[in-house]
Ligand binder design. Structure first.
Ligand SMILES: [Fe+2]
Length: 271
C-alpha cells in the first residue's frame, strides 16, 4: 500500500508526537528543577509568621526513577537561600524503603535556621518500616506524625496521611497553645476543606505532582484521590491559606510533561 503524503503526515503526527513528548518528558523535563518563589499574604491574626521564609519539597518517590543529582541541586539551592524552615510534604518512596538510603544521603545536607521537618505520604504509610523512619531521623529530618513542634511564636503541626495513615487533627492541635499560630503539613491537599481551626495560617501539601503530565490549554490529565480539588499552587479561604507543590519525583512512569519538578520558596508577609 502506497502512503500518500497526507496520510504520511497524519501518521507522523499521530505516532511521532507522543514518542517525542515521552522522550522530552523523560530526558529533559523530568530533570529540570524549577524554582517557585511566592509571597503569601498573612491575615493580621497570624502576624507571628511575618517574615518567615520556608522551603517546601515533596513527592520524591525516590525508588521510582529517583534522581540523586536532582535532589542534590535542590538541597544546594535551599542552603544558598538561607531559609528559616524546610518542610518535606511526604511520599519519599513509592514502595521500596531501601531507596531512603540514597535519598537521605542528600537530605542530610539540608541547612536552615529552625530545621527540617517532614510529614508522611500515603506511599510512605503503605510501605513503612522502622528503617524508613530511622533513615530520616539520622538525616536530621524531624517527622511530625499527628504531632507538633513549638517555637516561641508559632507551632508546626504535621498530620498523618489521610489515604495511608491515621490522621488525628484534634489530637495534634490539642498540643498547641490556644493563642499560637499554626503551620500545618498534611500530604493530601484536599484535606484543606476539613481544616477549620482559626489558628491555622497555612497548610503545606503535595501528593498531586501537579498532575505530572499536563496537556496544553487543559492542565493535569490525571489527579489522584485526595488531590483533585487543589492540584497546585496557592489557595486561600478566609484567613487560612493552602500551598500545594508539584513535588520533585515521578510516579509510575519516569516522565513529566508541562509540569517540571518543583522546589518552592515561600515568604510569609502581612498583607
Ligand atoms: Fe501521595
Amino acid at each position: 500500500m502506497k502512503l500518500t503524503r497526507r496520510k504520511w503526515l497524519v501518521r507522523s503526527l499521530l505516532y511521532g508526537g507522543p514518542v517525542c513528548g515521552f522522550a522530552y518528558g523523560g530526558l529533559i523535563e523530568k530533570r529540570r528543577l524549577s524554582v517557585t518563589r511566592q509571597t503569601l499574604p498573612l491575615a493580621a491574626r497570624h502576624a507571628a509568621l511575618d517574615g518567615l521564609k520556608i522551603a517546601v519539597m515533596g513527592d520524591f518517590h525516590h525508588d521510582d526513577f529517583g534522581d540523586d543529582s536532582l535532589i542534590r541541586r535542590a538541597v544546594k539551592a535551599i542552603n544558598e537561600e538561607k531559609v528559616d524552615l524546610v518542610c518535606l510534604v511526604g511520599d519519599y518512596i513509592t514502595s521500596d524503603p531501601r531507596a531512603m538510603e540514597p535519598l537521605c544521603e542528600e537530605l542530610q545536607h539540608l541547612r536552615s535556621r529552625l530545621g527540617t521537618f517532614g510529614v508522611m505520604g500515603n506511599h510512605d504509610c503503605w510501605h513503612l518500616t522502622p528503617e524508613f523512619l530511622r533513615s530520616l531521623d539520622e538525616a536530621g529530618v524531624r517527622m511530625l506524625i499527628n504531632d507538633a513542634h513549638e517555637w516561641d511564636h508559632f507551632c508546626l503541626v504535621g498530620l498523618d496521611s489521610i489515604r495511608g495513615g491515621r490522621p488525628d487533627m484534634p489530637f495534634a492541635l490539642k498540643k498547641v497553645p490556644p493563642d499560637k499560630t499554626v503551620l500545618l503539613g498534611w500530604h493530601e491537599p484536599d484535606t484543606f476543606d476539613t481544616v477549620s481551626d482559626p489558628r491555622v495560617a497555612l497548610q503545606l501539601s503535595g501528593h498531586t505532582h501537579g498532575g505530572q503530565i499536563c496537556a496544553p490549554f487543559y492542565g493535569p490529565v490525571v489527579l489522584p484521590p485526595g488531590g483533585k480539588k487543589y492540584p497546585h499552587g496557592h489557595y486561600r479561604r478566609g484567613d487560612t491559606s493552602l500551598f500545594v507543590t508539584r513535588g520533585i519525583g515521578t510516579l509510575n512512569i519516569p516522565v513529566r510533561f508541562l509540569c517540571p519538578p518543583e522546589l518552592v520558596f515561600l515568604d510569609l508577609a502581612l498583607g
